[in-house]
Design a protein. Structure first.
Length: 183
């Protein structure tokens, strides 16, 4: 069955199609939620809530982006809402695909080869919360500033500023690690 057909059937409240769509995306969406949340059960709850919201708002899906991208945004928003409600810190990341490697050299966003992925994870978790969200959404989730501004309900200028400041703080943390002055 084609993706479009499944979505159309889901819009008609076809439970079998909803289960099929859920099974297709639940693992990937759990990984996204787990990047934000410390507890596996919390991540599962957020994914469930995201699917409920997606199925109730499916009529708003216009296929301008893939269904997976649309659903991912719901999961990210639900995760951030959960964190805001509980005022929890961001979790250590298990799978990270940082844009750091892909950034142009003139961006002055370079880290030493001796810095490990674990060092980056620890450093991100040490950032102030307002920088953690923007850094994580931009570097790890791949959102642009317009999307981040919508997700966090801040201006694009604030997103750019917080990312810039967060990257400076992150680099300082990583430089301290490299120089051995951090434990």
């Amino acid at each position: 069955m084609f993706q479009v057909d499944i979505i159309e059937q889901c819009k008609q409240n076809n439970r079998k199609a909803q289960l099929q769509l859920y099974n297709q995306y639940c693992d990937g969406m759990y990984i996204v939620a787990k990047r934000f949340l410390k507890d596996a059960a919390d991540a599962e709850d957020v994914v469930q809530e995201a699917f409920i919201k997606a199925f109730t708002k499916l009529h708003q899906y216009k296929a301008e982006v893939t269904f997976g991208a649309w659903l991912k945004r719901i999961v990210v928003n639900k995760s951030i809402d959960f964190l805001k409600a509980r005022k929890q810190q961001l979790v250590e990341l298990e799978e990270v695909h940082l844009k750091v490697v892909d950034m142009p050299k003139d961006d002055k966003w370079l880290v030493e080869d001796t810095i490990t992925l674990d060092d980056v994870k620890v450093a991100i978790n040490e950032l102030p919360e307002k920088y953690q969200y923007v850094v994580m959404l931009y570097l790890i989730e791949g959102y642009d500033h317009q999307e981040i501004s919508e997700i966090l309900d801040i201006s694009e200028v604030a997103s750019r500023t917080q990312l810039s400041r967060g990257k400076v703080k992150l680099q300082k943390l990583l430089t301290l690690k490299k120089n051995g002055t951090r434990s």
